[in-house]
Design a protein. Structure first.
Length: 117
């Protein structure tokens, strides 16, 4: 499996966002109690990570996205930065990596879909 570049720094805690995936559905009829049921056991999580990078590290993230990452089309192995455990991840199409200059560094934001968090 494809692997996230190893020499990218750990993402910053400031700016981190995470949302657990929905595993159940809810139906609210006009009358009576709402009904809920589980629809999957494998919910995907959405995480937004901000990396403080130098120019070379920023270029490596962008090159990974454009090249091996296929613009979000493939899964890759990624080490969950807080627990240090491997997870499967992919970029979310429509939330491509973005960068903001913070001289002499760049804040690179990536939004990933992961199978566990």
């Amino acid at each position: 499996m494809l692997t996230w570049p190893a020499d990218i720094p750990t993402p910053r805690f400031k700016g981190f966002q995470g949302q657990r995936g929905r595993r159940a559905t809810r139906f609210e009829p006009d009358e009576g109690p709402a009904k809920q049921r589980t629809v999957t056991t494998a919910a995907l999580h959405r995480v937004v990570l901000v990396f403080k990078c130098n120019v070379a590290q920023r270029d490596k993230i962008m090159d990974f996205f454009d090249g091996p990452g296929a613009g979000g089309g493939v899964w890759f192995s990624f080490v969950q930065p807080f627990k240090k455990v491997p997870v499967n991840a992919r970029f979310i199409v429509g939330s491509e990596p973005s960068e903001v200059e913070a001289a002499p560094f760049f804040n690179v934001t990536v939004t990933l879909e992961v199978d566990a968090w």
